[in-house]
Design a protein around this ligand. Structure first.
Ligand code: SAM
Length: 281
């Protein structure tokens, strides 16, 4: 039984960081004409109305994309991401927040392919409906993204970005992502992998980055954005992290510019900050 619905969290600080980096990774792959695939193992519902009962309940977007909305003079990578969100908000007000499959669709070309997995029966219906007009360019699978990923690697064009974005409500996800990435690195070592994880007080979340850095990958980048001090009662997410395997060489410089800006704009209290480290072979 899946209880997590991304609609409650759409557009929050974690989505901002994840989608901004996702756009940068796809833009880089698009610099070469050769086709590539974007594989999204946990795709969500595709798009989120911010005035829906679910999104409005927690209104997490107000402390995420909402804080970027009225700003001018954004760093170029942030401006690129915000411009994409503006595309689905033509009236100027912030009413809709796109999911990762939308960002992937808008930044890929006719020759590229999207392969999306979503396990929640209602969200997958919405996702299917959302992408119904794209034919074989976008394939939506109602199945386990970890298993589906195995079957797709290596992808036919031998170029791909894989987004692994579980909800981690099930603590087994912490082990699953490690096993999945180990398997990916055997099947398709040259792929680009973007893994998202939450910063929480639980032990598994604390240990995950250490385990990721022990994977047999020689090139990686690790970025975290913390928006507040961990709550005294241990409740809630105080930040998030991204672990990118085989990042483009440009990503480090982009994030060095973007992260101090994001911390200032998204900070909730004095606990806000970022980390950025990497390893290159
Ligand atoms: N990637 C989306 C985005 O950035 O817009 C958000 C994804 S949300 C954090 C995680 C999603 O994974 C949920 O919609 C949940 O229903 C789905 N899910 C959970 N376990 C899954 C699994 N094993 N395979 C595929 N989808 C799964």
């Amino acid at each position: 039984m899946l209880s997590y619905r991304h609609a409650f969290h759409a557009g929050n600080h974690a989505d901002v960081l994840k989608h901004l980096v996702l756009v940068q990774l796809i833009r880089y792959l698009g610099r070469k004409d050769k086709a590539f695939w974007v594989i999204d193992t946990h795709a969500g519902a595709g798009s989120y109305a911010l005035d829906s009962a679910q999104a409005a309940k927690l209104a997490e977007y107000r402390e995420g994309i909402g804080r970027l909305w009225g700003r001018k003079e954004l760093p170029p990578a942030v401006a690129d991401y915000v411009e994409l969100v503006r595309g689905v908000n033509p009236s100027g007000g912030l009413k809709v927040y796109p999911g990762s499959p939308d960002f992937a669709l808008w930044t890929t070309r006719a020759q590229d392919r999207l392969r999306l997995f979503e396990l929640h029966s209602r969200d997958v219906l919405r996702l299917r409906e959302h992408f119904a007009s794209f034919g074989t360019r976008v394939m939506v699978e109602h199945s386990d993204g970890f298993a589906g990923l195995k079957a797709l690697l290596p992808p036919p064009p031998r170029r791909a970005l894989v987004l692994i974005d579980p909800a981690y409500e099930d603590k087994h996800d912490y082990d699953r992502v490690i096993h999945a990435l180990k398997d990916c690195l055997q099947r398709f070592p040259g792929g680009t992998y973007l893994l998202w994880y939450p910063q929480l007080t639980r032990l598994e979340a604390h240990d995950l980055p250490l385990r990721l850095k022990r994977l047999p990958a020689s090139n990686w980048l690790h970025v975290t954005l913390r928006v507040r001090t961990p709550a005294a009662d241990g409740f809630g997410m105080h930040g998030s992290g991204l672990f990118v395997i085989n990042p483009p060489w440009t990503l480090q410089g982009t994030l060095q510019e973007v992260m101090p800006w994001l911390v200032e704009v998204l900070r909730i209290n004095e606990g806000a900050g970022f980390t950025l480290d990497s390893q290159a072979a």
